[in-house]
Ligand binder design. Structure first.
Ligand SMILES: [Zn+2]
Length: 62
């Protein structure tokens, strides 16, 4: 299984993050498991608190 540090990845790929938000407006990111479809409070695999990218964050970016 490939492990990605998503925070670092997103910092280095701002344009990709924007693209992901456009096409996947409702998903969460686990720092261990990466992107998870849907809105989750915690990772279903490891119980990490997730980074949620939802409408509230979209508004703050815009
Ligand atoms: Zn996880």
């Amino acid at each position: 299984m490939k492990t990605i540090n998503d925070n670092q990845y997103l910092k280095e790929n701002e344009h990709l993050r924007t693209k992901c938000i456009v096409y996947m407006p409702m998903f969460s990111i686990c720092s261990v498991h990466g992107y998870l479809n849907g809105e989750h409070e915690y990772c279903p695999k490891c119980d990490n608190t997730l980074i949620k990218l939802d409408e509230k964050i979209l508004k703050s970016i815009n």
